[in-house]
Structure formats: structure tokens, C-alpha cells
Design a protein around this ligand. Structure first.
Ligand code: ZN
Length: 153
């Protein structure tokens, strides 16, 4: 699967794509033709029909989403592109870098004692210098995802 390139307004969707394990980059400003050309190897997710016209002309892959709720956009995305509605959580949610599984012993001084006792699987983002573990926020995330996509998936 290609890397996704999302219009700036789709930051919520970008986060979920990363939770699903897809590489996704969010545009920082308005999508100019120059920026589009720079990223033409990616799959564009947009809400602007005007941008769609440009992408059509340049024969770049894209999906035009309605300016609607995150739920609607996510459901359309999953359905149209036939993506697996399963969280994989192996990409950093901040920057999208692939997380590296680490031995917790190597990070002992950075892990709260309670977390240390409870969990054995830890991942690390080298770019953000951030540690991840399968904690309660992951459980919450999974519940939120289920709610977002039900009853359609
Ligand atoms: Zn990161």
C-alpha cells in the first residue's frame, strides 16, 4: 500500500490511519500544485473538488471524501479502499514512524514502576524518543474504534 497524503483538514483521519498501520502524512498548509507534484507517488485523501480536478489532470491516485464527520470519512475510506478494519498500532501516532520493539530493561529508568510490573511488551519511536506500551489507552482506543466503525464493520 502506498503512503497516504492527507489534506490539512483531515488530521483526525490521519491519526486513525496510523493506528491502522498505514503510513500517512498530513499536509501542513493549502495543497499547492507544487506540493502535489512533490508527493505524486502517494495516495491523496482530500475533501476539495478543486484539488480533485488537479489530481485528475496529473493522473495521481486520490479519494475525494465528503466534508463530513470523522466517522463518515473513516467508513468511506475503509469501504472504498477495502482496508482491513483492524488496529495494528505499530506506527508512532505522533510522526508515523515504524515502532521498534524493545527490551524493557534497556529503558528501566523511564518506565513508571506500575507499568513496569504490569506490561512486558514495549515499543519505541526513535524519531520522537517516545515509549509505547499496551496500556489502558490502547484498550480505550480499541473501544473507540469499534464504536466509530460499527455497525458497518
Ligand atoms: Zn514518532
Amino acid at each position: 500500500m502506498k503512503t497516504f497524503f492527507l489534506e490539512a483538514s483531515l488530521s483526525g483521519l490521519c491519526k486513525w490511519l496510523r493506528f491502522l498501520g498505514y503510513k500517512a502524512i498530513i499536509a501542513t498548509g493549502k495543497l499547492t500544485k507544487e506540493e502535489i507534484l512533490k508527493n505524486q507517488d502517494k495516495f491523496f485523501l482530500i475533501t476539495s473538488p478543486k484539488t480533485a480536478e488537479i489530481l485528475d489532470k496529473l493522473q495521481i491516485d486520490y479519494l475525494l471524501l465528503p466534508r463530513d464527520s470523522l466517522r463518515t470519512q473513516l467508513l468511506i475510506l475503509l469501504g472504498k479502499l477495502n482496508l482491513k478494519p483492524e488496529l495494528s498500532l505499530d506506527l508512532c501516532t505522533l510522526c508515523g514512524t515504524k515502532l521498534i520493539p524493545i527490551k524493557k530493561e534497556a529503558f528501566k529508568e523511564r518506565i513508571p514502576p506500575k507499568v513496569w510490573e504490569k506490561y512486558s511488551e514495549f515499543n519505541y519511536c526513535p524519531k520522537c524518543d517516545k515509549l509505547y506500551w499496551e496500556g489502558d489507552h490502547i484498550k480505550r482506543l480499541k473501544r473507540r474504534f469499534k464504536k466509530l466503525i460499527s455497525p458497518f464493520f
